[in-house]
Design a protein. Structure first.
Length: 334
């Protein structure tokens, strides 16, 4: 079956076509990073308008690249939430309208479900059940994944998510927005010179709290009489070491607590080299299996939505082509 996936939850317009037998046939992504950079963050109204401008040209281009006609599509999966209301409305209305016109099934997908299933786009796929560390812009969660649609959140963020902490720290260092990737690159030039807190590292629970770490960076930056590039690199290094140590320790703790030996890491922060290196090291020590999506599928994309649609296509689903977006949809409410 050919499934068209559409992702418009925030500032990236993603489309993809997934063949339930052959896998991913193709995908396209348009990022609005340059549009929002001037404002230091995502402007919802501008995001919605840009999705309108690019979604149909992207779908048309993808069909052409895959040598397919829109009538070849047999189901359409789209992000229904969580995300920005206006942005979600663009993707949802296009998806349901196309599905209605074609007389095919429409499948609303939870954005975070797409992320946690993204490693299944690779040739080496994880088997259920597994632990998922989902670290994206607004979420830092540890999830016990039993089966499709059976997700138990066992660790969550109490304040700032890891991605938010990366971006806010990057802004403190003058790296612009979004700055997570730039901060990680700068950290590669740093050395152990500063010590920063590792919030909740030794707590018995699996929850995260990174607002204090961000505040510690703020005070450290203010202490510097001359914030040179070398000092910035050392601060970035200290920040990255602290946050990845916490993420890794909690994740390994979750595996042992739940009696599982399989883990997937996904979401934008899942592309971080230091995080991946530490996870791999700890998994090898404990004989755990680990899975990552390709770097291009860590950030928001249509491929993960098309995949989720393929895995859900045979599950019960009301299909009357009406829709309502869910900006604050909890994964546990699927």
């Amino acid at each position: 079956m050919l499934i068209l996936g559409i992702e418009t939850s925030c500032d990236e317009t993603g489309v993809a076509i997934y063949n339930s037998e052959k896998g991913l046939l193709g995908h396209k992504l348009y990022s609005q990073v340059k549009l929002h950079a001037a404002y230091g963050g995502v402007v919802p109204e501008l995001a919605s308008r840009d999705h309108i401008n690019y979604i149909m040209p992207l779908i048309d281009g993808l069909l052409k690249d895959c040598n397919l006609d829109i009538k070849d599509i047999e189901a359409i999966a789209y992000t229904s939430g969580p995300g920005l209301s206006g942005a979600l409305l663009v993707g949802s209305s296009v998806a349901e309208s196309l599905a209605c016109a074609l007389g095919i099934k429409s499948i609303p997908i939870h954005h975070l479900e797409g992320h946690l299933l993204a490693p299944m786009l690779e040739s080496k796929k994880p088997q259920f059940p597994f632990i998922a560390l989902l670290v994206s812009g607004g979420h830092s969660q540890i999830i016990h994944v039993k089966e499709i649609g059976q997700y138990m959140i066992i660790g969550d963020t109490l304040d700032d998510a890891a991605g938010e902490a990366f971006d806010k720290t990057a802004q403190l260092l003058g790296l612009g927005y979004p700055g997570g990737a730039a901060l990680s690159k700068l950290a590669e030039q740093g050395v152990k010179h500063f010590d920063l807190p590792k919030p909740l590292l030794h707590s018995n629970g699996l929850d995260f709290s990174f607002s204090g770490l961000k505040t510690a960076v703020l005070y450290l930056v203010k202490k510097q009489s001359n914030l040179t590039k070398k000092i910035k690199a050392d601060i970035a290094y200290a920040f990255e070491e602290s946050i990845t140590d916490v993420l890794v320790k909690k994740t390994i703790q979750a595996l042992k607590q739940e009696g599982l030996n399989r883990i997937i890491i996904s979401g934008g922060v899942g592309a971080n080299k230091t995080l991946r290196k530490k996870i791999i090291s700890e998994c090898k020590k404990n004989n755990f299996e680990y899975f990552f999506p390709d770097l291009k599928f860590c950030t928001d994309n249509g491929a993960m939505i098309a995949l989720a649609g393929a895995l859900r296509v045979n599950l019960p689903n009301k299909n009357n082509y009406s829709f309502s977006v869910k900006p604050r949809w909890k994964l546990s409410e699927i």
